[in-house]
Design a protein around this ligand. Structure first.
Ligand SMILES: [Zn+2]
Length: 367
């Protein structure tokens, strides 16, 4: 199962020999398993001169004999000579590709984690709630709760004949108090559910009026997690909850990217807490000052890394100014800084190409 911990672990790996990183889109609605196997063989052929044959075999064997074809994406990392083999079936699609470097190529996973990492969807009505916990787009847990019956007070159900059936009709005030009590109970359960899973985002579905009341019943810490709300009328089953949440998350993420980019650019223009461009970004990353790294998806640039202290630079230098070590050429300094920031616990946003204009990469600083 892929999660934040696995991502950190991948970011910390550095090997003597080459690591093969393979991403394969296996969305069953697009192609067949046989076609994907063929695609994998083509991808592996492209990197066959850069990596030992054993690693190519490991990936082929996994696809051929072990993979159950669940999910829509797959990430594999292999360096058999140094005992490294990680495979992560993913519930969401990825862009297919194969890369060889001294570290796992993690940017695609960073992007997926940013989008679908850990979130909760809660469908709320006046009587009960249904909570869903998703991790990397995969439904991990689901619980439902029912409060006191407010059935016959629901509108649009039956005629006045129903309303009159049996017992005394509930007064408007009694009904409101009942709904209030139910929402309070649902809120308490949702707080417990969130404390169990620590989602980064919470999406609430329900009628506008009910959600407004429900928000009031939530403690501030949980209310702050609410990233978006939606009308739950269109969401009828679990698959629809998932698909709908994906649409909301994509829109939210795009919005957050735009905001992060604007902040970086503004701060950089003012000479404050932001930098743009590879040279400056590498420089602040070396100092461990990156809080949020913003990088365009297709940006790759060769560079150099000090073998002594890990100092990254896009410019060729004879000796490291910090430790006197020698530099080794690396295929992708952009990916190296992504890995470094993830490893140090910073946040990375992989944004669409063209969003950072000529800079292509930038960072918001811790201090
Ligand atoms: Zn150095």
């Amino acid at each position: 199962m892929f999660d934040e911990t696995a991502l950190r672990e991948l970011a910390s790996i550095q090997t003597e020999g080459p690591i093969l990183s393979v991403y394969l889109n296996v969305d069953p609605t697009r192609r067949t398993a046989e076609e994907y196997k063929l695609e994998l063989r083509e991808l592996l052929k492209q990197v066959s001169s850069e990596v030992p044959a054993e690693d190519l075999e490991v990936a082929k064997r996994y696809i051929e004999y072990e993979y159950d074809w669940s999910g829509r994406g797959l990430a594999m990392f292999s360096n058999a000579a140094e005992g490294i083999w990680y495979v992560y079936p993913l519930a969401v699609p990825v862009r297919s590709g194969a890369t060889v470097a001294r570290r796992p190529y993690i940017s695609p996973l960073v992007e997926i984690d940013g989008l679908y990492g850990k979130y909760v969807v809660a469908l709320i009505d006046r009587q009960g709630g249904e909570f869903y916990y998703f991790q990397m787009g995969e439904l991990m847990d689901q619980v439902g709760m029912e409060g006191e019956d407010v059935r016959h007070t629901r509108r649009g159900r039956g005629s006045s004949v129903h309303g009159m059936r049996g017992g005394s009709p509930i007064s408007g005030r009694h009904e409101a108090a009942l709904v209030q009590r139910n929402l309070k109970d649902i809120a308490a359960d949702l707080v417990d559910f969130c404390q169990k899973y620590h989602p980064r985002r919470l999406l609430l579905g329900g009628s506008e009026h009910t959600l407004a009341q429900f928000m009031d019943a939530l403690p501030p810490a949980t209310r702050e997690l609410v990233a978006d709300t939606f009308s739950s009328e269109s969401v009828l089953n679990d698959a629809e909850v998932r698909e709908h949440s994906f649409r909301l998350l994509n829109a939210l993420e795009e919005h957050e990217h735009t905001r992060a980019i604007n902040t970086v650019r503004t701060q950089a223009a003012k000479g404050m807490n932001g930098v743009v461009g590879l040279d400056q970004t590498l420089s602040v990353a070396n100092e461990g000052r990156v809080q949020v790294l913003v990088v365009e998806r297709s940006y790759h640039q060769p560079g150099y890394q000090c073998q002594g202290c890990g100092y990254l630079t896009a410019q060729q230098m004879d000796r490291c100014v910090f430790c006197g070590g020698t530099f080794t050429e690396i295929p992708d300094a952009v990916e190296a800084v992504v890995t470094q920031v993830v490893d140090k616990g910073g946040n990375v946003k992989v944004v669409n190409d063209g969003q950072l204009i000529e800079a292509r990469v930038g960072a918001l600083l811790r201090y």
